[in-house]
Design a protein around this ligand. Structure first.
Ligand code: GLN
Length: 503
């Protein structure tokens, strides 16, 4: 099945058929990633005997590094490996990381995690870029495709996020797995699904035509030849060298601060350098992409309270009025649950609106994303009006807030992936996707700072005082999100000009 790019992109119907294979590879990868992520803090506290604060700081550091490495992964994919090989290499590193953790999570915890950090950096941005390649630059069905892909992401997140920790804690299959082996099996499961992801990708490759092949060198006579092999092996070696470095960096949280303060400016400088090499219209599009990237930092900074302050809020201030469900479980997986159902519907809504010429453009979708996020945070604030004297309030209302926030996420996150592929030049696709995720690294970082600020409830304060402090904080965040949404909508004519017809 040797398809040309033309044949792939000229598909009939709503979705290109290759999207399903990418959907499944990404679903299993996210299973592995979120499965592991969901175990980190719990494992560090219960097994490695870390204090709460240290465990949280180290969790934050791993998250920041994971997303920061997507930039490196994207960059090397553009310049040397191509998307397919990068994805493979990343997948193999993730498998090795999970196997190390499966073999001996207690002694080699940070080694295993560091393999996963670098592996995700090579896998995550590049599979997303390949989804974009299935579409012609101005195909109005692209956003819907990314919404579907996003459902796959969250299906994996939901399954992995639930199963791995449940096995590790002995809440599932405890009669089959001896107690001393539970964590090994839980991490082992992450390795198995990652193998499934790669096997699935091997079959997918056949239908991808030229998409994701390694870049080639242009010779003087205009012909193409493959890049030198040492460059490819150089990337592999370099990424292995990064692993012990990350182990050191993650172990001292302060290093993460230094890292974050240096990496961002350096990346920007590099982007500006690349911008000097493109044409003026291409440069304008890259500026537009940068605007989206910068706003997304604020979005994730607010959104990612879910892993931090909201999980403390869920543990201390919520009842179980939603079918008796555990509030932390709802906080962890409610968003993913809603997305699986809503993402395909929202995708179809975009296609339907575009047929009626009513589809909001990307910048307005981003604006809407912030507005939903803001409204969701106002609902979180509103939970305080349903609280009892002990400061315990309704999980139902909290879940409604999650639903509204999820709508916001769907207007921004899959759309962001889609627009990165459309605004980048051919040679900067991977790097720009990496930058999009790098913004998530900063989002996580900012989220940690905001969360830590909120957590500073004075000692001696009651649970009710804590409720007031948290909900007031959420009102503030809701306001910031609304302001950002309004700003985006106000600057939309200007950004539209920069985008030059890209929607
Ligand atoms: N939840 C999405 C994913 O895992 C988005 C992550 C992000 O960009 N922060 O892909």
């Amino acid at each position: 099945m040797n398809l040309t790019l033309e044949e792939i992109q000229n598909f009939k119907g709503k979705y290109p058929k290759q999207i399903w294979s990418l959907f499944f590879s990404e679903m299993w990868e996210r299973f592995c990633f979120y499965g592991m992520r969901g175990m980190l803090v719990f494992f560090m506290i219960s097994q490695l005997k870390f204090g709460d604060e240290q465990a949280n700081l180290q969790y934050g550091a791993t998250q920041a590094f994971v997303y920061a490495f997507t930039f490196v992964g994207g960059l090397f994919a553009d310049k040397i490996l191509g998307f397919r090989r990068s994805l493979f290499w990343g997948g193999i590193l993730m498998i090795i990381g999970s196997l190390i953790l499966a073999a001996n999570p207690h002694d080699y915890f940070f080694l295993g995690i560091s393999f996963t950090v670098v592996g995700t950096g090579f896998f995550k941005p590049n599979i997303s870029t390949m989804v974009g390649k299935l579409y012609k630059p101005n195909d109005t069905r692209t956003d819907a495709g990314f919404s579907l892909f996003y459902a796959g992401i969250n299906l994996g997140a939901l399954l992995g996020g639930y199963l791995c920790i449940a096995i590790g804690k002995g809440e599932m299959f405890s009669h089959l797995i001896p107690e001393s082996k539970r964590w090994n099996v839980a991490f082992g499961l992450a390795a198995i699904v990652m193998v499934v992801s790669l096997i699935n990708f091997i079959f997918t490759q056949r239908s991808l035509g030229p998409i994701g092949l390694a870049p080639q060198k242009i010779n003087k006579d205009g012909s193409f030849s493959p890049l030198e092999k040492w460059k490819e092996y150089g990337v592999y070696t370099l990424s292995l060298i990064f692993i012990p470095l990350i182990m050191i960096m993650v172990s001292v949280p302060q290093y993460t601060d230094y890292f974050m303060w240096t990496v961002g400016p350096l990346t920007l400088l590099y982007l500006f350098y690349e911008m000097t090499k493109v044409t003026a219209p291409e440069r304008k599009k890259l500026w537009a992409a940068l605007i989206f990237i910068i706003f997304s930092i604020l979005f994730w900074g607010i959104y990612e309270q879910s892993g931090g302050s909201l999980s403390i809020f869920a543990a201390n201030n919520l009842n179980k009025d939603l079918f008796g469900l555990d509030p932390n479980g709802v906080n962890n997986s409610g968003g993913a649950f809603f997305i699986i159902f809503l993402a395909p519907l929202v995708g179809l809504l975009w296609i339907w609106l575009s047929k009626k010429k009513l589809e909001p453009n990307t910048i307005n979708k981003f604006g809407l994303g912030f507005i939903f996020l803001g409204l969701g945070y106002y609902i979180l604030f509103g939970t305080k009006f349903f609280a009892n004297l002990q400061g315990i309030t309704s999980l139902n209302i909290f879940t409604i807030a999650l639903l509204v926030i999820t709508f916001g996420e769907l207007c921004l996150s899959p759309i962001g992936l889609s627009i990165m592929t459309k605004l980048s030049t051919e040679k900067l696709q991977g790097m720009m996707m990496g930058m999009w995720f790098l913004a998530s690294a900063y989002g996580q970082y900012v989220a940690g700072q905001i969360g830590a600020g909120l957590a500073k409830v004075k000692s001696g304060a009651t649970n009710h005082d804590a409720l007031i402090t948290y909900t007031d904080g959420y009102k503030q965040l809701g306001l910031y999100a609304l302001i950002a949404g309004v700003i985006l909508i106000l600057i939309s004519p200007f950004v539209k000009k920069l985008m030059q017809g890209v929607k």
